[in-house]
Ligand binder design. Structure first.
Ligand code: 1GP
Length: 240
């Protein structure tokens, strides 16, 4: 089977746009999985991302194995902590919060993950994670104790993304934060796209088909949507 990373690169080269549904293990009871995943399977979603800022130990493992029983879509971990790593998934976004200056989220947690990663077989995809202000404090900001980057200083965002690419990261994730008031602006996506050659993941606060299309048109390769699906599962139908 081709790797998750390779598939994403192939899609990006063909300009096929990808949609990841984000599921927070804290908000999805096991009993809800089959119903929810049935809707995901019928939708235009291409990936399932799993992660949250504060998740109970072992909740992710159980959730991922239940999800895998109901779908063939790739399940990718987007973890807020080391305890969310499980080999039941297909791949792991190995995140470094490069917008922040908290060493724990730049490299500390990654070092702590190594012994676990050595024990299991899981595709690891190094990802530069960039948090950008969106109008309110988000849980990523609270948990990581870092400040988001200013929306106004696009050059600093470009330089951060470029630094991530030069450090060898395979993806750049532009994050407005879960439930963001303002999604990442099209201007930011376009300008980062012009300067960076690796796939761009964009998420946070996307609630409409228009916002999704704008993000794709601006250069996002993968858009991540969580809250809009959590609040209203019929949003899946609007995206057909
Ligand atoms: C959060 O980018 C994701 O990490 C998705 O955000 O929940 O606002 O869709 P939403």
């Amino acid at each position: 089977m081709k790797s998750v990373y390779k598939n994403i690169i192939d899609s990006a080269q063909k300009e096929e746009k990808l949609l990841a549904v984000l599921i927070d293990p804290d908000k999805m009871a096991i009993e809800m999985v089959s119903n929810f995943i049935e809707k995901v399977n019928k939708s235009i979603a291409t990936h399932i991302f799993i992660g949250g800022s504060t998740v109970e130990e072992y909740a992710t493992e159980k959730l991922v194995s239940e999800i895998k029983r109901h779908t063939k879509l790739p399940v990718v971990l987007f973890p807020g902590s080391v305890s969310q790593i499980t080999e039941n998934a297909d791949a792991l976004l190995f995140l470094s919060l490069i917008s922040g200056r908290n060493p724990e989220y730049l490299i500390g947690k990654q070092v702590k993950a190594v012994s676990k990663l050595g024990e299991i077989h899981l595709e690891v995809i190094p990802t530069g994670y960039i948090l950008i202000e969106n109008g309110k404090e988000t849980s990523v900001q609270r948990v990581s104790e870092t400040l988001p980057m200013s929306r106004a200083n696009i050059q600093a965002i470009i330089d951060t993304a470029k630094a991530g690419e030069l450090l060898g990261m395979k993806f750049i994730y532009l994050e407005a934060g879960s439930g963001a008031i303002h999604p990442i602006t099209t201007d930011i996506i376009k300008k980062v796209r012009q300067e960076v050659n690796i796939p761009l993941i964009v998420g946070g606060g996307i609630r409409s088909k228009e916002q999704l299309d704008e993000a794709y048109k601006s250069g996002a390769d993968i858009v991540v949507i969580g809250t809009a699906f959590e609040m209203n599962a019929s949003f899946f139908n609007e995206l057909v």
